[in-house]
Design a protein around this ligand. Structure first.
Ligand code: HEM
Length: 522
């Protein structure tokens, strides 16, 4: 990962790091002084240069959960040169995301977002202010509103039918399928069609986008020591610029094509880009600050936000269902009653699938897609409950820890038990601070409606059409549930299963129908 450097560069770097080390000492002692007088939240002693970076490990949400057990629901740490607080209780999540939301609604400057999102012009990492407010409104109203989500219903249904047909082929030969990859590519196809109006076969953005997302999710020293950006020690800067150039070329071509098509079709809107292009040309463009770079940044944001999140959520639910055959049986029974075995699921069925909704909630409680949300940043100094939180602190809300807290979820918090939601009003909306899979407050996920619809639909279809078995006679208890931390929190290993088709096939259906007809009409 690190490049071999010449001796001069190494010496320069050493001098620079030594300087940073001393600065960091001064910084730490000043901070400790402030801590004493103004009362920073409690936390462990950090190392001079690194602060607490060395404590994060491969799964930072686990390590931070351990710190919360020792120091309490609000912990103060330092990540390199960045002061940070970690909150791990519903009460503190509410204080940060609701009561003092306006103070914590900004985002830190992240190298990946700057390099790949045209100087942080995307929505997810835009700093809190008028630009963010405008594009958030634009995305919420024009791209992600209920009516827009509804507009793409036929496309989702078409893609799902293709998906079922592909798995049916594997089912016929009793082959093992890679459930994670199959779901990933279904979500990708749906996303490309919704945003670009076509699948990715034409431009093959996929590999560059995936590489970009994996770099964006990697641990980048420059995000904690901004001065190190100039040295690009991990080579991320160069790689991100290279990926951005490739993606930019594709996005430019895609926009050009849309402009040409819009002329031919006299501006009839078909997908996300058409909507944004028409807004760019409209009178609102100046007020919205919307130029080509902004459109490209938002396109990338929507792609990244849709693809990884929904497929990660789906693979965890399926893994939990395979691990808990009792729950799988109940989900399939509900589907059988609501939909019946002679047809596939339609979106209109989803509203009646109460047990499936509980299963999804339970899975998101234990496996939140964004276990620490997206980092927030405070825009001013603030004191809450006697604790001083300095301006520009990075704020991590550990929803993973909250989801497993026995004080909140009772002593069976670690168990997968969807029935715990029976008779409760707990939902995704962000009003229940014990359950925040889509966040809460000003920065909560604007794609919640789209994301939850896709997750419910794909899951319902998959488990309605197919019985899934673990391969090679694996016992449910042996299914590996290791996580991999990155931009989202997917399974470390792909989920494999053997499908068997469950529905009454066309031939049997027609036999069934004629038997019914002869029974009814003699
Ligand atoms: C199962 C699916 C999804 C889950 C679990 C999810 C979850 C989240 C979470 C936890 C956040 C961070 C909230 C915070 O920092 O406080 C977020 C932000 C965001 N999500 Fe989603 N998301 C999903 C799907 C989507 C989709 C489909 C889109 C758009 C097409 C989307 C767009 C965004 C954007 C743009 C933000 C940043 C909002 C801002 O900073 O103002 N998400 N999402």
């Amino acid at each position: 990962m690190y490049q071999i450097m010449g001796s001069e560069i190494a010496a320069l770097l050493f001098a620079f790091l030594a300087g940073l080390w001393s600065l960091s000492y001064i910084f730490s002692s000043l901070r400790a002084k402030k801590n004493g007088s103004l009362g920073l939240p409690p936390g462990p002693l950090g190392l001079p240069l690194l602060g607490h970076l060395h404590m994060l490990g491969d799964l930072p949400h686990h390590s931070l959960h351990k710190l919360a057990k020792k120091y309490g629901p609000i912990v103060s740490i330092r990540l390199g040169l960045v002061p940070a607080i970690v909150v791990s209780s519903p009460e503190w999540a509410e204080l940060i995301l609701k009561i003092h939301d306006s103070v914590f609604a900004s985002r830190p400057k992240i190298q990946a977002a700057e390099c790949m999102s045209y100087g942080q012009k995307n929505l997810a990492f835009a700093e809190y202010g008028p630009y963010w407010r405008n594009i958030r409104k634009l995305c919420t109203l024009e791209l992600l509103s209920n009516s827009k989500v509804e507009l793409f219903r036929p496309m989702r249904s078409e893609e799902l039918v293709n998906f079922v047909e592909k798995i049916k082929v594997a089912a016929k030969s009793r082959s093992v399928i890679d459930v994670s990859s199959k779901v990933e590519s279904l979500i990708e196809d749906m996303t490309y069609r919704m945003i670009f109006g076509f699948k990715d076969d034409k431009f093959n953005l996929k590999s560059s986008l995936q590489e970009g997302m994996s770099i964006a999710g990697a641990f980048n020293l420059a995000d904690f020591f901004p001065y190190l950006r100039a040295f690009d020690l991990q080579g991320f800067g160069r790689r991100m610029k290279a990926i951005n150039m490739v993606l930019d070329g594709f996005l430019e071509k895609i926009i050009d094509e849309h402009v040409q098509d819009a002329k031919k079709l006299h501006g009839t809107h078909r997908d996300f880009i058409d909507v944004m292009l028409s807004l760019m040309e409209s009178n609102n463009a100046r007020e919205l600050h919307l130029g080509r770079d902004h459109i490209k940044a938002i396109m990338l944001d929507m792609l990244a936000a849709t693809m990884d999140t929904s497929s990660t959520a789906i693979e965890w639910v399926i893994a939990e269902l395979l691990k808990n055959p009792r729950v799988m049986k109940l989900v399939q029974e509900e589907l059988q009653i609501v939909v019946s075995l002679d047809r596939i699921v339609e979106e209109a069925d989803l509203i009646k699938l109460d047990y499936l909704k509980m299963v999804i909630k339970e899975s998101m409680r234990l496996h939140p897609v964004a276990p620490l949300l997206i980092p927030h940043e405070s825009i001013e100094d603030i004191t809450i409950k006697g604790y001083f939180i300095p301006k520009k602190s990075r704020v991590l809300v550990n929803t993973w820890a909250i989801g497993r807290d026995p004080n909140v979820w009772s002593s069976n918090a670690e168990e997968f038990c969807p029935e715990r939601f029976i008779g409760t009003n707990i939902d995704f909306q962000g009003q229940d601070f014990c359950f925040l899979p889509f966040g809460s407050g000003r920065r909560k996920c604007p794609g919640m409606q789209l994301g939850s619809t896709v997750v419910e639909l794909v899951l319902a279809q998959l488990v309605h059409c197919f019985n899934l078995e673990l391969p090679d006679g694996m016992s449910p208890d042996d299914l590996d549930m290791t996580e991999k931390f990155g931009l989202t929190l997917p399974r470390a290993n792909h989920l494999m299963a053997v499908p068997t088709y469950r529905l009454i096939d066309d031939q049997r259906m027609s036999v069934g129908r004629s038997t019914m007809q002869s029974l009814c009409f003699g």
